[in-house]
Design a protein around this ligand. Structure first.
Ligand SMILES: NC(=O)c1ccc[n+]([C@@H]2O[C@H](COP(=O)([O-])OP(=O)(O)OC[C@H]3O[C@@H](n4cnc5c(N)ncnc54)[C@H](O)[C@@H]3O)[C@@H](O)[C@H]2O)c1
Length: 401
Protein backbone atom coordinates (compact mmCIF):
# COMPACT_ATOMS: atom_id res chain seq x y z
CA UNK A 1 0.00 0.00 0.00
CA UNK A 2 2.66 2.37 1.06
CA UNK A 3 4.58 1.60 -2.09
CA UNK A 4 1.56 2.05 -4.37
CA UNK A 5 0.49 5.30 -2.69
CA UNK A 6 3.91 6.80 -3.06
CA UNK A 7 4.00 5.93 -6.76
CA UNK A 8 0.55 7.42 -7.32
CA UNK A 9 1.40 10.65 -5.50
CA UNK A 10 4.74 10.98 -7.27
CA UNK A 11 3.10 10.50 -10.67
CA UNK A 12 0.47 13.09 -9.61
CA UNK A 13 3.13 15.64 -8.64
CA UNK A 14 4.95 14.81 -11.86
CA UNK A 15 1.85 15.72 -13.83
CA UNK A 16 1.50 18.99 -11.88
CA UNK A 17 5.15 19.80 -12.53
CA UNK A 18 4.78 19.02 -16.24
CA UNK A 19 1.67 21.21 -16.45
CA UNK A 20 3.45 24.05 -14.64
CA UNK A 21 6.40 23.82 -17.03
CA UNK A 22 4.03 23.81 -20.02
CA UNK A 23 2.15 26.88 -18.74
CA UNK A 24 5.44 28.71 -18.10
CA UNK A 25 6.65 27.90 -21.62
CA UNK A 26 3.34 29.10 -23.09
CA UNK A 27 3.45 32.37 -21.12
CA UNK A 28 7.05 33.03 -22.18
CA UNK A 29 6.14 32.25 -25.80
CA UNK A 30 3.09 34.53 -25.72
CA UNK A 31 5.10 37.35 -24.16
CA UNK A 32 7.83 36.98 -26.74
CA UNK A 33 5.42 36.82 -29.64
CA UNK A 34 3.61 39.92 -28.30
CA UNK A 35 6.89 41.79 -28.06
CA UNK A 36 7.86 40.73 -31.56
CA UNK A 37 4.57 41.09 -33.29
CA UNK A 38 3.26 44.51 -32.39
CA UNK A 39 3.89 47.44 -30.12
CA UNK A 40 0.13 47.91 -29.98
CA UNK A 41 -0.13 44.65 -28.04
CA UNK A 42 1.57 46.54 -25.27
CA UNK A 43 -1.26 49.01 -25.32
CA UNK A 44 -3.55 49.19 -22.34
CA UNK A 45 -6.71 48.57 -24.35
CA UNK A 46 -8.74 45.43 -24.57
CA UNK A 47 -9.58 44.01 -27.99
CA UNK A 48 -13.19 45.21 -27.69
CA UNK A 49 -12.01 48.75 -27.08
CA UNK A 50 -9.37 48.37 -29.73
CA UNK A 51 -12.05 47.81 -32.38
CA UNK A 52 -13.39 51.31 -31.84
CA UNK A 53 -9.95 52.76 -32.42
CA UNK A 54 -9.49 50.84 -35.64
CA UNK A 55 -12.44 52.28 -37.54
CA UNK A 56 -13.59 55.76 -38.41
CA UNK A 57 -16.81 56.75 -36.73
CA UNK A 58 -19.02 59.56 -38.00
CA UNK A 59 -18.97 62.48 -35.58
CA UNK A 60 -15.92 61.23 -33.71
CA UNK A 61 -12.48 62.70 -34.39
CA UNK A 62 -9.68 60.33 -33.47
CA UNK A 63 -6.45 62.17 -32.65
CA UNK A 64 -3.05 60.53 -32.37
CA UNK A 65 -1.16 62.38 -29.64
CA UNK A 66 2.54 61.57 -29.83
CA UNK A 67 4.34 62.28 -26.56
CA UNK A 68 1.03 62.18 -24.68
CA UNK A 69 2.70 60.93 -21.50
CA UNK A 70 4.73 64.15 -21.38
CA UNK A 71 3.97 67.51 -19.82
CA UNK A 72 2.20 69.28 -22.68
CA UNK A 73 0.92 66.13 -24.43
CA UNK A 74 -0.87 64.89 -21.29
CA UNK A 75 -2.58 68.27 -20.79
CA UNK A 76 -3.57 68.26 -24.48
CA UNK A 77 -5.02 64.75 -24.12
CA UNK A 78 -7.06 65.84 -21.10
CA UNK A 79 -8.55 68.73 -23.05
CA UNK A 80 -9.24 66.60 -26.14
CA UNK A 81 -10.99 63.94 -24.06
CA UNK A 82 -13.02 66.59 -22.25
CA UNK A 83 -14.07 67.89 -25.67
CA UNK A 84 -15.21 64.38 -26.74
CA UNK A 85 -12.32 63.53 -29.03
CA UNK A 86 -11.03 59.96 -29.21
CA UNK A 87 -7.35 59.83 -28.35
CA UNK A 88 -4.49 57.41 -28.93
CA UNK A 89 -1.29 58.26 -27.09
CA UNK A 90 1.97 56.94 -28.50
CA UNK A 91 4.94 57.42 -26.20
CA UNK A 92 8.17 55.57 -25.46
CA UNK A 93 8.16 56.85 -21.85
CA UNK A 94 11.75 58.01 -22.25
CA UNK A 95 10.78 61.32 -20.66
CA UNK A 96 7.07 61.27 -19.85
CA UNK A 97 5.16 59.65 -17.01
CA UNK A 98 3.00 56.56 -17.13
CA UNK A 99 1.36 58.08 -14.02
CA UNK A 100 -0.07 60.88 -16.19
CA UNK A 101 -1.54 58.30 -18.59
CA UNK A 102 -3.07 56.44 -15.63
CA UNK A 103 -4.72 59.64 -14.39
CA UNK A 104 -6.22 60.14 -17.85
CA UNK A 105 -7.37 56.52 -18.07
CA UNK A 106 -9.07 56.77 -14.69
CA UNK A 107 -10.85 59.94 -15.79
CA UNK A 108 -11.96 58.43 -19.12
CA UNK A 109 -12.37 54.68 -18.66
CA UNK A 110 -15.18 54.29 -21.23
CA UNK A 111 -14.41 52.11 -24.24
CA UNK A 112 -13.17 53.95 -27.29
CA UNK A 113 -12.04 57.11 -25.49
CA UNK A 114 -8.33 56.68 -24.76
CA UNK A 115 -5.71 54.09 -25.56
CA UNK A 116 -2.03 54.13 -24.77
CA UNK A 117 0.52 52.55 -27.06
CA UNK A 118 4.08 52.14 -25.89
CA UNK A 119 6.30 52.65 -28.92
CA UNK A 120 9.31 54.59 -30.15
CA UNK A 121 8.70 56.91 -33.08
CA UNK A 122 12.18 56.11 -34.34
CA UNK A 123 10.93 52.59 -35.11
CA UNK A 124 9.35 53.14 -38.54
CA UNK A 125 7.99 49.58 -38.71
CA UNK A 126 6.21 49.94 -35.37
CA UNK A 127 4.86 53.37 -36.33
CA UNK A 128 3.53 52.00 -39.62
CA UNK A 129 1.82 49.16 -37.81
CA UNK A 130 0.18 51.61 -35.40
CA UNK A 131 -1.15 53.63 -38.33
CA UNK A 132 -2.30 50.45 -40.11
CA UNK A 133 -4.20 49.23 -37.03
CA UNK A 134 -5.81 52.54 -36.05
CA UNK A 135 -8.09 54.94 -37.89
CA UNK A 136 -6.63 58.36 -37.09
CA UNK A 137 -8.22 61.57 -38.32
CA UNK A 138 -5.46 63.89 -37.11
CA UNK A 139 -2.03 63.88 -35.49
CA UNK A 140 -0.77 66.19 -32.76
CA UNK A 141 2.96 65.60 -32.80
CA UNK A 142 4.39 66.59 -29.41
CA UNK A 143 6.94 63.81 -28.85
CA UNK A 144 10.45 65.18 -28.69
CA UNK A 145 13.49 65.67 -26.54
CA UNK A 146 13.33 69.33 -25.67
CA UNK A 147 16.24 70.86 -23.76
CA UNK A 148 18.42 73.47 -25.44
CA UNK A 149 21.45 72.74 -23.24
CA UNK A 150 21.22 68.98 -23.78
CA UNK A 151 20.94 69.52 -27.53
CA UNK A 152 24.34 71.19 -27.61
CA UNK A 153 25.82 68.15 -25.78
CA UNK A 154 24.01 65.51 -27.83
CA UNK A 155 23.20 67.05 -31.22
CA UNK A 156 22.76 63.76 -33.07
CA UNK A 157 20.18 62.60 -30.56
CA UNK A 158 18.22 65.79 -31.21
CA UNK A 159 18.37 65.58 -35.01
CA UNK A 160 17.34 61.95 -34.83
CA UNK A 161 14.58 62.33 -32.27
CA UNK A 162 13.09 65.53 -33.66
CA UNK A 163 13.86 65.74 -37.37
CA UNK A 164 14.11 62.13 -38.39
CA UNK A 165 11.18 60.98 -36.24
CA UNK A 166 8.98 63.70 -37.72
CA UNK A 167 9.84 62.25 -41.12
CA UNK A 168 8.74 58.81 -39.90
CA UNK A 169 5.42 60.23 -38.68
CA UNK A 170 4.86 62.11 -41.96
CA UNK A 171 5.61 59.01 -44.04
CA UNK A 172 3.14 56.98 -42.02
CA UNK A 173 0.54 59.75 -42.38
CA UNK A 174 1.08 59.75 -46.16
CA UNK A 175 0.88 55.96 -46.45
CA UNK A 176 -2.26 55.72 -44.34
CA UNK A 177 -3.96 58.83 -45.66
CA UNK A 178 -4.10 60.84 -42.44
CA UNK A 179 -4.52 64.41 -43.58
CA UNK A 180 -4.27 66.73 -40.58
CA UNK A 181 -1.13 67.57 -38.62
CA UNK A 182 -0.69 69.93 -35.68
CA UNK A 183 3.04 70.29 -35.06
CA UNK A 184 4.76 71.40 -31.83
CA UNK A 185 7.44 73.87 -32.77
CA UNK A 186 9.27 76.45 -30.75
CA UNK A 187 10.45 80.04 -30.58
CA UNK A 188 13.97 78.51 -30.52
CA UNK A 189 13.62 78.26 -34.33
CA UNK A 190 13.98 82.08 -34.47
CA UNK A 191 17.36 82.09 -32.75
CA UNK A 192 18.34 85.54 -31.62
CA UNK A 193 16.29 87.99 -33.67
CA UNK A 194 17.38 91.60 -33.86
CA UNK A 195 13.88 92.97 -33.50
CA UNK A 196 11.31 92.29 -30.80
CA UNK A 197 8.56 91.23 -30.59
CA UNK A 198 8.80 88.09 -32.68
CA UNK A 199 6.20 87.76 -35.41
CA UNK A 200 5.67 84.76 -37.69
CA UNK A 201 7.56 86.77 -40.35
CA UNK A 202 10.67 87.12 -38.19
CA UNK A 203 13.47 85.28 -40.03
CA UNK A 204 14.37 81.91 -38.51
CA UNK A 205 18.06 81.52 -37.73
CA UNK A 206 18.21 78.95 -34.93
CA UNK A 207 21.44 78.91 -32.94
CA UNK A 208 21.36 75.51 -31.20
CA UNK A 209 20.69 71.92 -32.36
CA UNK A 210 17.26 71.88 -30.68
CA UNK A 211 16.08 74.94 -32.62
CA UNK A 212 17.77 73.73 -35.81
CA UNK A 213 16.21 70.25 -35.57
CA UNK A 214 12.74 71.80 -35.10
CA UNK A 215 13.31 74.21 -38.01
CA UNK A 216 14.34 71.29 -40.23
CA UNK A 217 11.24 69.36 -39.19
CA UNK A 218 9.13 72.42 -40.04
CA UNK A 219 10.81 72.65 -43.47
CA UNK A 220 10.15 68.97 -44.18
CA UNK A 221 6.49 69.38 -43.21
CA UNK A 222 6.13 72.51 -45.36
CA UNK A 223 7.78 70.91 -48.42
CA UNK A 224 5.66 67.82 -48.09
CA UNK A 225 2.47 69.84 -47.63
CA UNK A 226 3.08 71.47 -51.04
CA UNK A 227 2.67 68.10 -52.75
CA UNK A 228 -0.76 67.19 -51.38
CA UNK A 229 -3.82 68.64 -49.70
CA UNK A 230 -2.76 68.09 -46.13
CA UNK A 231 -4.05 70.42 -43.41
CA UNK A 232 -1.05 71.66 -41.42
CA UNK A 233 -0.81 73.86 -38.36
CA UNK A 234 2.62 74.69 -36.96
CA UNK A 235 2.54 76.20 -33.48
CA UNK A 236 5.71 77.86 -32.21
CA UNK A 237 5.49 77.93 -28.44
CA UNK A 238 7.30 80.32 -26.15
CA UNK A 239 8.14 79.25 -22.55
CA UNK A 240 5.47 76.91 -21.25
CA UNK A 241 4.49 76.95 -17.56
CA UNK A 242 1.54 76.04 -15.35
CA UNK A 243 -0.64 72.97 -15.04
CA UNK A 244 -4.22 71.72 -14.98
CA UNK A 245 -6.27 74.14 -12.79
CA UNK A 246 -8.16 71.17 -11.34
CA UNK A 247 -4.92 69.63 -10.13
CA UNK A 248 -5.13 66.35 -12.05
CA UNK A 249 -1.92 66.78 -14.06
CA UNK A 250 1.32 68.63 -13.59
CA UNK A 251 4.89 69.04 -14.83
CA UNK A 252 7.12 66.24 -13.57
CA UNK A 253 10.42 65.95 -15.43
CA UNK A 254 12.73 63.11 -14.49
CA UNK A 255 15.07 64.02 -11.60
CA UNK A 256 18.09 63.57 -13.88
CA UNK A 257 16.72 66.31 -16.17
CA UNK A 258 16.42 68.87 -13.39
CA UNK A 259 19.89 70.17 -14.16
CA UNK A 260 18.78 70.94 -17.75
CA UNK A 261 15.83 72.52 -16.11
CA UNK A 262 13.32 75.12 -16.87
CA UNK A 263 12.94 78.10 -14.57
CA UNK A 264 9.55 77.13 -13.13
CA UNK A 265 10.84 73.68 -12.13
CA UNK A 266 13.90 75.25 -10.51
CA UNK A 267 11.77 77.77 -8.58
CA UNK A 268 9.49 75.05 -7.23
CA UNK A 269 12.44 72.82 -6.36
CA UNK A 270 13.97 75.72 -4.45
CA UNK A 271 10.66 76.42 -2.69
CA UNK A 272 10.42 72.76 -1.64
CA UNK A 273 14.03 72.71 -0.43
CA UNK A 274 15.10 70.12 -3.01
CA UNK A 275 17.77 72.58 -4.13
CA UNK A 276 19.26 75.23 -1.82
CA UNK A 277 18.19 78.18 -3.95
CA UNK A 278 18.04 79.70 -7.39
CA UNK A 279 20.93 80.72 -9.56
CA UNK A 280 20.09 83.65 -11.80
CA UNK A 281 22.64 83.92 -14.54
CA UNK A 282 23.23 87.39 -15.95
CA UNK A 283 22.20 90.71 -14.43
CA UNK A 284 23.80 93.01 -16.98
CA UNK A 285 21.59 92.43 -20.00
CA UNK A 286 20.18 95.42 -21.80
CA UNK A 287 16.78 95.08 -20.12
CA UNK A 288 14.99 97.17 -17.49
CA UNK A 289 16.28 95.14 -14.51
CA UNK A 290 19.31 93.59 -16.22
CA UNK A 291 17.94 90.00 -16.28
CA UNK A 292 16.69 88.08 -19.34
CA UNK A 293 13.17 88.57 -20.57
CA UNK A 294 10.96 85.67 -21.72
CA UNK A 295 7.33 85.13 -22.69
CA UNK A 296 5.66 82.60 -20.35
CA UNK A 297 2.63 80.83 -21.75
CA UNK A 298 0.28 78.76 -19.61
CA UNK A 299 -0.11 75.12 -20.64
CA UNK A 300 -3.93 75.31 -20.50
CA UNK A 301 -3.87 78.30 -22.84
CA UNK A 302 -1.40 76.51 -25.10
CA UNK A 303 -3.61 73.45 -25.29
CA UNK A 304 -6.56 75.69 -26.13
CA UNK A 305 -4.51 76.99 -29.09
CA UNK A 306 -4.10 73.37 -30.27
CA UNK A 307 -7.80 72.65 -30.13
CA UNK A 308 -8.53 75.87 -32.03
CA UNK A 309 -5.79 75.03 -34.55
CA UNK A 310 -7.36 71.61 -35.09
CA UNK A 311 -10.80 73.16 -35.57
CA UNK A 312 -9.43 75.65 -38.12
CA UNK A 313 -7.16 73.21 -40.00
CA UNK A 314 -8.15 73.13 -43.68
CA UNK A 315 -7.06 70.73 -46.44
CA UNK A 316 -4.32 72.24 -48.61
CA UNK A 317 -3.67 75.05 -46.10
CA UNK A 318 -0.75 75.69 -43.76
CA UNK A 319 -1.10 77.87 -40.68
CA UNK A 320 1.95 79.00 -38.72
CA UNK A 321 1.38 80.66 -35.37
CA UNK A 322 3.37 81.99 -32.47
CA UNK A 323 1.81 80.95 -29.17
CA UNK A 324 2.79 83.37 -26.45
CA UNK A 325 1.26 86.08 -24.29
CA UNK A 326 2.93 88.95 -26.13
CA UNK A 327 4.32 90.16 -22.80
CA UNK A 328 7.93 89.68 -21.77
CA UNK A 329 8.67 89.10 -18.09
CA UNK A 330 12.15 89.33 -16.60
CA UNK A 331 13.78 86.56 -14.60
CA UNK A 332 13.68 88.81 -11.53
CA UNK A 333 9.94 89.32 -12.01
CA UNK A 334 9.50 85.58 -12.45
CA UNK A 335 11.33 84.86 -9.22
CA UNK A 336 9.24 87.43 -7.33
CA UNK A 337 6.04 85.88 -8.74
CA UNK A 338 7.28 82.45 -7.69
CA UNK A 339 8.04 83.64 -4.15
CA UNK A 340 4.51 85.03 -3.96
CA UNK A 341 2.88 81.90 -5.35
CA UNK A 342 4.78 79.55 -3.04
CA UNK A 343 4.94 81.79 0.01
CA UNK A 344 8.60 80.79 0.34
CA UNK A 345 11.44 83.30 0.58
CA UNK A 346 13.52 81.54 -2.08
CA UNK A 347 17.24 82.26 -1.84
CA UNK A 348 18.63 83.76 -5.04
CA UNK A 349 22.24 83.83 -6.12
CA UNK A 350 23.12 86.23 -8.94
CA UNK A 351 25.86 84.94 -11.24
CA UNK A 352 27.51 86.02 -14.47
CA UNK A 353 25.87 85.33 -17.84
CA UNK A 354 25.50 81.80 -19.24
CA UNK A 355 26.89 81.51 -22.77
CA UNK A 356 24.19 81.25 -25.43
CA UNK A 357 21.41 83.04 -23.52
CA UNK A 358 19.81 85.95 -25.32
CA UNK A 359 18.53 89.05 -23.60
CA UNK A 360 14.96 89.30 -24.71
CA UNK A 361 12.43 87.00 -26.38
CA UNK A 362 8.72 87.63 -26.59
CA UNK A 363 6.00 87.07 -29.10
CA UNK A 364 3.60 89.19 -31.06
CA UNK A 365 0.54 86.94 -30.95
CA UNK A 366 -1.82 89.04 -33.07
CA UNK A 367 -1.99 86.53 -35.97
CA UNK A 368 -3.30 83.70 -33.78
CA UNK A 369 -5.59 86.14 -32.04
CA UNK A 370 -7.05 87.32 -35.37
CA UNK A 371 -7.20 84.03 -37.26
CA UNK A 372 -7.93 81.48 -34.52
CA UNK A 373 -9.64 83.81 -32.06
CA UNK A 374 -7.11 82.76 -29.43
CA UNK A 375 -5.44 84.74 -26.69
CA UNK A 376 -3.67 83.82 -23.47
CA UNK A 377 -5.96 83.97 -20.44
CA UNK A 378 -3.64 83.26 -17.52
CA UNK A 379 -1.25 85.73 -15.94
CA UNK A 380 2.20 84.56 -14.86
CA UNK A 381 1.13 84.80 -11.23
CA UNK A 382 -2.01 82.67 -11.77
CA UNK A 383 -0.09 80.00 -13.69
CA UNK A 384 2.51 79.72 -10.95
CA UNK A 385 -0.13 79.51 -8.21
CA UNK A 386 -1.92 76.69 -10.03
CA UNK A 387 1.30 74.82 -10.75
CA UNK A 388 2.48 75.21 -7.16
CA UNK A 389 -0.69 73.56 -5.82
CA UNK A 390 0.11 70.42 -7.86
CA UNK A 391 3.81 70.53 -7.01
CA UNK A 392 3.08 70.81 -3.30
CA UNK A 393 0.77 67.81 -3.30
CA UNK A 394 3.01 65.72 -5.60
CA UNK A 395 6.41 65.90 -4.02
CA UNK A 396 7.51 62.89 -6.04
CA UNK A 397 5.77 63.86 -9.24
CA UNK A 398 3.53 61.01 -10.39
CA UNK A 399 5.33 58.57 -8.08
CA UNK A 400 4.22 57.66 -4.59
CA UNK A 401 3.13 60.67 -2.55
N1 LIG B 1 8.00 72.81 -22.56
C1 LIG B 1 8.25 73.90 -23.28
O1 LIG B 1 8.49 74.99 -22.72
C2 LIG B 1 8.26 73.83 -24.80
C3 LIG B 1 8.50 75.01 -25.53
C4 LIG B 1 8.47 74.96 -26.91
C5 LIG B 1 8.19 73.77 -27.56
N2 LIG B 1 7.98 72.64 -26.84
C6 LIG B 1 7.71 71.38 -27.56
O2 LIG B 1 6.54 70.76 -27.03
C7 LIG B 1 6.64 69.35 -27.15
C8 LIG B 1 6.35 68.69 -25.82
O3 LIG B 1 7.27 69.14 -24.86
P1 LIG B 1 7.14 68.80 -23.30
O4 LIG B 1 7.63 69.97 -22.56
O5 LIG B 1 5.78 68.28 -23.02
O6 LIG B 1 8.23 67.64 -23.17
P2 LIG B 1 8.15 66.27 -22.34
O7 LIG B 1 9.54 65.75 -22.28
O8 LIG B 1 7.42 66.47 -21.06
O9 LIG B 1 7.28 65.33 -23.28
C9 LIG B 1 7.76 64.74 -24.45
C10 LIG B 1 7.19 63.33 -24.53
O10 LIG B 1 7.65 62.72 -25.75
C11 LIG B 1 8.05 61.39 -25.47
N3 LIG B 1 9.04 60.99 -26.47
C12 LIG B 1 10.25 61.53 -26.70
N4 LIG B 1 10.87 60.88 -27.70
C13 LIG B 1 10.01 59.92 -28.13
C14 LIG B 1 10.09 58.92 -29.13
N5 LIG B 1 11.17 58.76 -29.88
N6 LIG B 1 9.04 58.09 -29.30
C15 LIG B 1 7.93 58.20 -28.52
N7 LIG B 1 7.81 59.14 -27.57
C16 LIG B 1 8.84 59.97 -27.36
C17 LIG B 1 8.63 61.44 -24.06
O11 LIG B 1 8.64 60.18 -23.42
C18 LIG B 1 7.67 62.43 -23.39
O12 LIG B 1 6.57 61.76 -22.81
C19 LIG B 1 8.04 69.07 -27.68
O13 LIG B 1 7.94 68.86 -29.08
C20 LIG B 1 8.80 70.35 -27.41
O14 LIG B 1 9.84 70.56 -28.32
C21 LIG B 1 8.01 72.63 -25.46
Amino acid sequence: MDYLDTRRSSSHSGRILAAAILITVCVIFLRQSNDRSSPSLLSTTSSAKYDQFSRHEPGVTHVLVTGGAGYIGSHATLRLLNDSYRVTIVDNLSRGNLGAVKVLQELFPEPGRLQFIYADLGDAKAVNKIFAENAFDAVMHFAAVAYVGESTQEPLRYYHNITSNTLVVLEAMATHNVKTLIYSSTCATYGEPEKMPITEETPQFPINPYGKAKKMAEDIILDFSKTNNMAVMILRYFNVIGSDPEGRLGEAPRPELREQGRISGACFDAARGIIPGLKVRGTDYNTADGTCIRDYIDVTDLVDAHVKALAHAKPGKVGIYNVGTGKGRSVKEFVEACKKATGVEIKVQFLSRRPGDYAEVFSYPSKINRELNWSAQHTLEESLQIAWRWQKSHRNGYGEQ
